[in-house]
Design a protein around this ligand. Sequence first.
Ligand code: GLN
Length: 280
Amino acid sequence: MKIKDLRVAFKKSLSEIYEAEESMSFFYLLSEKILGLRRVDVALDLEKEVSASEIVQFNEAKTRLLDQEPIQYIIGHTYFYGLSFIVNKNVLIPRPETEELVDWILKDQENLENAIKILDIGTGSGCIAIALAKNLPNAKVYAMDISEQAIEIAKVNAIKNEVKVEFINEDVLASEHLFQDFDIIVSNPPYVRELEKDEIKPNVLDNEPHQALFVSDHDPLIFYKKITKLAKGRLTQTGSLYFEINQYLGSETYKMIKSLGFSAVALRKDLHNNERMIRA
Ligand code: GLN
């Protein structure tokens, strides 16, 4: 079968649930993975024959896409802040909103060469910690996660991106204190309430780790409270705490952090105009 015919068939078979443009971008991502061909190579060589085993791989991917599995899990990687990250079902797929959080932190740095200490709590794929380590070459970066499987992926991602990050497999809710002072403590903890489950798309709900997404309706700020308390007294004089937050809980999160004694607290909206980040 020629690649051009495979492309037509692929798009057609996904048309029930995906827009043509989206199916095409899946096709090119899969071509890179399965055939080792970049988009431009495919476009330049439409007559190329695809082998039977390659067609089987495209079909397997197609079945998973029809089953609403995210393309990032199918191809096994994604991009975050210009870096490549391995992802599987044990870690949340890094989101563009979280890139905005990283951007905020980096823009706040007066000198990117400073030897600061950073802690990322609930690191998942390691995306925040690794993006910071990459852009702050003299920083000492630590990253914590309750999930051993997530830490395994994050370690591979640190090696892949050639940065040194110290990983800690620990449940922050069970941590009594932080082991040292930090200049930056950052976290994108689980923040989706059960009552917001209906807003979560099936591809997320059926595939991504619920432990990384959901928090109880009864105490949706549990991670924020715990981390803010741990951060108190463990942030350096000029240090800052950064969180990604639930867009519906901006003012509650703001008030809670203030009530714990932080004076300069700032909320920030993401590109979709939702209150998504906070700095204290
Ligand atoms: N923003 C993510 C989502 O909507 C949730 C991330 C999180 O819970 N920390 O899927």
